[in-house]
Design a protein around this ligand. Structure first.
Ligand SMILES: [Zn+2]
Length: 70
């Protein structure tokens, strides 16, 4: 089951992006800016979990494309 994190730093549009840490793609935020979300079966529940921290959340277009909107 992949591990997810949310970027503590918002994008210019205010979104806090959720990333699949396990995928270890280049899009991952700096380790200091990752809020760990733990293990999730998929990005949907990871995004829900991220909403405990931030009200404006979006999936990363690169490593969580199924949850990316806009
Ligand atoms: Zn990503």
């Amino acid at each position: 089951m992949p591990n997810y994190c949310v970027n503590k730093v918002a994008q210019s549009n205010g979104d806090h992006e959720v990333h699949d840490t396990t995928a270890a793609k280049w899009c991952l935020p700096n380790p200091a800016n990752r809020q760990d979300l733990g293990l999730h079966a998929g990005c949907v529940s990871a995004v829900q979990s991220a909403k405990n921290y931030y009200s404006q959340v979006n999936g990363c277009r690169w490593c969580a494309p199924n949850c990316h909107t806009g």
